[in-house]
Design a protein around this ligand. Structure first.
Ligand SMILES: Cc1ncc(COP(=O)(O)O)c(C=O)c1O
Length: 449
């Protein structure tokens, strides 16, 4: 019994929480957390009691080894509990540091910002948060609004893309191009949504003369792993320059080596956005971390004076412990050429997936994405949602392989492996995919006959 449980009978310590049964956890989530989100996971057959995670594997309460092919939708690129990142954080905590303080100097954060400037020499200002991707998007949107407010107060609008996802805080959800996430709430006005990949639509909006910034994901993730035409982002950059509009690339999901480049926009030679966001992969799930990387000139337009110095601060902003995680992940990525590994393995894997697609041309319509950000498009003519969800459930339940459909397009099965995945693991995934498709299609045939 702990002292706390003496005062509040039933109080659970950290150690005890790790020993709770599946049923106990389920009940506590239903009683005290988001009940219907918990139910959705349980009813979809994709919620399991995971006890341990290492590399590309997770182990459930029955001791089954499972292959994690989604990694919290792109968080775990460096493998679960990457030893280098975890050990670095331990080392840092062992120094009994002052992890956060508004006025103390911040050595780890300063070093991270310095390192980032080496990797992206044309974007040399960093804001880092101990938060999620939406917080990074907020920081970017707010920065451009403040910069424009000083320079072009007549400009009001942010242009973003239909089917995009930028998070669910108020500013981020206002930028996102999916109505469903903007139900019931007053959103921030002055947002315009245009089709992703359509350069003419970009110019049409910019021509109106009141646009502050354009924001888009380098590859749309939640929207279903949508890769834009090759000339899209270079074209957007040109238009942004021509019309004096800020260009924000949201790399919360596609960044951090996920697509085979340390930062996803680096796929386009010479392309430099004014701001890009980062989160997910840079944390490797060790601690929440997110942030933005900004061109110095743009940063100064917003925060380059004493009177604006406190306009965007937060308790966890620029804290050393989140920076310790981000710095360690970045170092690991560079020292292990993670981007190169993702490009090489991704190519191999895409080739193998294409062969599976050829075997089921009526079921698997497309294999798309870049690097380790892969979307499998199921079905034709909008008929694929049923397939993708059922395939995901069978893969997890019978073959112990975990994937997930896209939140904004459930005809897309998302596969986000991590760098610990071996060729045998890829084959495990391919076998699971093939027999799960057979099972779903077989059931369909029985139903049809
Ligand atoms: C491109 C993009 N931006 C922002 C977010 C929001 O990140 P978070 O859920 O950590 O707030 C996500 C999350 O999936 C994302 O994919």
């Amino acid at each position: 019994m702990t002292k706390a449980s003496g005062l509040y009978p039933g109080f659970i310590s950290l150690e005890e929480s790790l020993e709770l049964s599946e049923g106990q956890v389920r009940q506590m989530q239903l009683d005290h957390m988001n009940e219907y989100r918990t139910k959705l996971g349980l009813e979809g057959g994709l919620t399991f009691d995971i006890k341990r995670a290492e590399g590309c594997y997770i182990w459930d309460a029955d001791g089954n080894k499972r292959l994690d092919f989604i990694g919290c939708v792109g968080v775990y690129l460096l493998g679960h509990n990457n030893p280098f990142v975890v050990e670095n954080v331990r080392k840092y905590l062992a120094t009994k540091p002052l992890t956060m303080d508004p006025l103390a100097l911040k050595p780890v954060t300063a070093a991270f910002a310095h390192n980032m400037a080496l990797v992206t020499p044309e974007l040399t200002r960093t804001i880092i948060n101990g938060g999620g991707g939406a917080e990074a998007v907020e920081a970017a949107l707010k920065l451009v609004r403040i910069a424009a407010g000083r320079k072009h107060p007549e400009r009001k609008r942010i242009v973003s893309t239909l089917n995009s996802f930028h998070g669910k805080t108020l500013g981020a959800v206002s930028a996102g191009g999916k109505d469903v996430w903007r139900r019931w709430q007053p959103v921030i006005s002055d947002h315009t949504y245009i089709p992703y990949g359509d350069l003419d639509a970009v110019e049409e909006e910019f021509r109106k003369g009141d646009v502050i910034a354009f924001i888009a994901e380098t590859i749309q993730g939640e929207g279903g792993v949508v890769v834009p035409p090759e000339d899209y982002f270079p074209g957007v950059r040109k238009l942004c320059d021509e019309y004096g509009v800020y260009m924000i690339m949201d790399e919360v999901q596609a960044g951090s080596c996920r697509t085979g480049y340390v930062w996803a926009h680096q796929y386009y030679e010479g392309l430099v956005p004014d701001i890009f966001t980062f989160a997910k992969g840079i944390s490797d799930g060790v601690l929440p971390v997110s942030g933005i990387q900004v061109k110095d000139s743009v940063y100064r337009e917003a925060y380059g004076s004493y009177d604006s110095a406190m306009m965007h601060t937060a308790t966890y902003q620029d804290n050393n412990i989140s920076a310790a995680v981000a710095l360690s992940s970045l170092q690991y990525m560079i020292e292990h050429d993670v981007a190169g590994h993702v490009r090489r393995m991704g190519k191999l894997f895409f080739e193998k997936l294409e062969r599976v697609r050829e075997r089921f041309p009526d079921i698997l319509a497309e294999v798309r994405g870049r690097g380790f950000m892969i979307g499998l498009k199921f079905g034709r003519d909008g008929e694929g949602a049923g397939y993708a969800n059922r395939v995901a459930a069978i893969m997890a339940q019978k073959h112990f392989v975990h994937t997930m459909t896209s939140t904004n397009d459930d005809t897309i099965l998302r596969c986000y492996p991590n760098i610990a995945t071996t060729e045998e693991d890829f084959d495990w995934f391919l076998d699971a995919l093939t027999s799960s498709i057979r099972e779903v299609v077989g059931a369909e045939e029985v139903l049809a006959s």
